[in-house]
Ligand binder design. Structure first.
Ligand code: NAD
Ligand code: UDP
Length: 313
């Protein structure tokens, strides 16, 4: 395990970032959380605000940042399609300029840096399940491109800084992750379905609902982040992080209705453009290098997430 140190988490007030900050504080680190509150909220880290080893700073990663830290987790970037498509130019800037600024910081202070990359680098994949060797099938000029290509360019920058400046990098390709503290208006499928079911409103299935995703519960993912950061410098990634159990969106909707006891009905709406047909991570590399695999089954994770949304709605 790594010794505790000074850790910067960009996007730390977001869904994943807030869980990561909690975990890092629990492990004895000093945590600096940086966020511009585009999709994140201070309330996500409320339990940490008075902690003596926790500090929060409003800052946009598209601008340089000068701080002294030992590790950086670069999570800043809206992750939900409706939010990253709201200001697509800013989304690309966040991924690309944000990566340049955080890599520059890591180079100056010799910090190890983790990049929250994504299964979207595979686009609408033509091989299944997706392994890290697959180069992807991505539309460079579509509505999702600001996110997909921004994250791909960020990966390029990470590997060039590694080759050119010997930076210690850890690139994790995150597959769909869900759990408490997703924003109720986040727009991603798990939060949408739960919020709709709890209000007994129609559940919006895009397309015919036969497209698939593989859902990882947040605690499993955070464990993988910490394990990846603790690996030796030879482990750079990219490494798939997610739960390989795959579901259709109709199956997900049915599970949510059953677990909430809702009277909601399924309604079918147009499929957004470039929506991937199927997605499932091959996590052999994570199993081997991190000794990690997800433990929380969808049903159990959904119960926790439903309880969270019940408590805030
Ligand atoms: P989120 O939207 O809850 O969190 C993103 C955070 O980044 C927010 O707090 C937001 O305010 C902040 N942010 C956005 N632009 C910023 C900027 N320019 N400067 C500073 N902060 C900024 O989303 P999340 O699900 O927690 O995702 C976190 C990271 O993980 C993202 O980089 C996302 O691309 C990646 N990821 C998430 C998933 C998932 O399923 N949750 C999957 C793949 C990748
Ligand atoms: N989706 C849906 N209904 C919703 C929100 C999303 O059917 O209310 C679908 C969406 O079209 C996609 C899948 O659920 O096929 C996952 O969408 P999400 O936005 O959560 O993530 P991503 O597409 O980035 O994997």
């Amino acid at each position: 395990m790594l010794e505790s140190g000074r850790v910067l988490v960009t996007g730390g007030a977001g869904f994943l970032g807030s869980h990561l900050c909690e975990r890092l504080i629990k492990d004895g680190n000093d945590v600096l959380c940086v966020d511009n509150y585009f999709t994140g909220r201070r309330t996500n880290v409320e339990s940490l605000l008075r902690h003596p080893r926790f500090e929060i700073m409003r800052h946009d990663v598209t601008f340089p940042l000068y701080v002294e830290v030992d590790q950086i987790y670069n999570l800043a970037c809206p992750a939900s399609p409706i939010h990253y498509q709201h200001d697509p130019v800013q989304t690309t800037k966040t991924s690309v300029h944000g990566a340049i600024n955080m890599l520059g910081l890591a180079k100056r202070v010799r910090a190890t840096i983790f990049q929250a990359s994504t299964s979207e680098v595979y686009g609408d994949p033509q091989i299944h399940p997706q392994t890290e060797e697959y180069w992807g099938h991505v539309n460079p000029i579509g509505l999702r491109s600001c996110y997909d290509e921004g994250k791909r360019c960020a990966e390029t920058l990470f590997f060039d800084y590694h080759r050119q400046h010997r930076l210690k990098i850890k690139v994790g390709r995150i597959f769909n992750t869900y759990g408490p503290r997703m924003h109720p208006n986040d727009g991603r499928v798990v939060s949408n379905f739960i919020v709709q079911a709890l209000g007994n409103r129609d559940i919006t299935i895009y397309g015919d609902g036969s497209q698939t995703r593989s859902f990882c519960y947040v605690s499993d993912l955070i464990e993988a982040f910490v394990r990846l950061m603790a690996t030796g410098p030879e482990v750079t990634g990219p490494i798939n992080l997610g739960n390989p159990v795959e579901f259709t969106m109709v199956q997900l909707a049915e599970a949510v209705i059953r677990l909430t006891g809702s009277s909601s009905r399924l309604v079918f709406q147009p499929l957004p453009s470039d929506d991937p047909r199927q997605r499932q991570p091959d996590i052999s590399r994570a199993r081997q290098l991190l000794g990690w695999e997800p433990r929380v089954a969808l049903e159990d994770g959904l119960k926790e997430t439903i309880a969270y949304f019940r408590s805030i709605l």
